[in-house]
Design a protein around this ligand. Structure first.
Ligand SMILES: [Fe+2]
Ligand SMILES: [Fe+2]
Length: 248
């Protein structure tokens, strides 16, 4: 998942970077326009052209932003659990909206990218093969749990005591699995992925991810999905960040 910028702008930026690399610029200089200047490349043009020049979003950054969305849905599920266990009414609609983002954005898109572009490269390189097997199984189990959460919060759901308990069990299992899942990917899987993929292909993959994002989610892309998550948080009263600051 990349920025909200248009694919055209981003493609142009990548082409500029590729040209710089072809001119002998070391990979370490690809961290941003400031690094390009330090490495002896031409300084960015002034005026509006300079404003258009952007640092490309790399595949791990893309995937880690998507993990941020996943984490926010886990917090939505946790609020659902808190309310159900406290005897409050079941917030079925917000939970269902969260589960639909998990299905459409995390499972059908983010995990699809991992399974198509990240895990195969690790397996080819003989790296983290056992970890990848576990992650793949967890993607499958996550789908089963999401099916359950969608059913239990759908329009035809009957919020009986037993059904509420089963929904809590499914959301708790989902949280328990995905917290370590995404943390392992962020700290181990993506850094190794970065090590095994050549620089040019790495940049091209960033472009592929960006194009796929806009094909699936339209021009607003990642930003639009984050907006949907914020709306659910507002409906549940957990959007205000300051609310979580402890008094000391
Ligand atoms: Fe994953
Ligand atoms: Fe992931």
């Amino acid at each position: 998942m990349g920025s909200s910028h248009s694919p055209e702008v981003r493609r142009r930026d990548l082409l500029g970077l590729s040209a710089a690399m072809a001119g002998g610029l070391p990979l370490a200089a690809c961290g941003g326009s400031a690094s390009l200047v330090e490495a002896g490349a031409s300084p960015p043009p002034s005026g509006s052209a300079a404003q258009e020049q952007e640092v490309p979003v790399t595949p791990p950054e893309d995937l880690m932003r998507e993990h941020g969305v996943l984490k926010r849905i886990l917090l939505i599920y946790r609020e659902g659990i808190r309310r159900i266990e406290g005897g409050e009414p079941l917030p079925a609609q917000p939970l269902n909206a969260g589960a639909r983002i998990i299905r459409g954005f995390i499972q059908d898109y983010h995990e699809h990218l991992e399974e198509q572009y990240v895990f195969p490269r690790l397996r080819e390189a003989g790296k983290l093969t056992d970890t990848v097997s576990v992650l793949l199984l967890q993607h499958q189990r996550g789908r089963v749990l999401t099916d359950h959460i969608l059913r239990a919060t759908g329009a035809s759901a009957t919020p009986q005591t037993r059904a509420r308990r089963e929904l809590v069990t499914a959301m708790a299992a989902f949280i328990r699995m995905y917290e370590p899942h995404e943390a392992r990917e962020d700290t181990v899987v993506f850094p190794v992925f970065r090590d095994v993929v050549p620089a040019r292909e790495f940049l091209r993959l960033g472009e592929t991810f960006e194009d796929e994002e806009h094909r699936r989610f339209g021009q607003s892309g990642f930003t639009g999905v984050v907006g949907q998550v914020a709306d659910i948080e507002k409906a549940l009263g957990i959007y205000d960040l300051a609310r979580f600051t402890p008094r000391v």
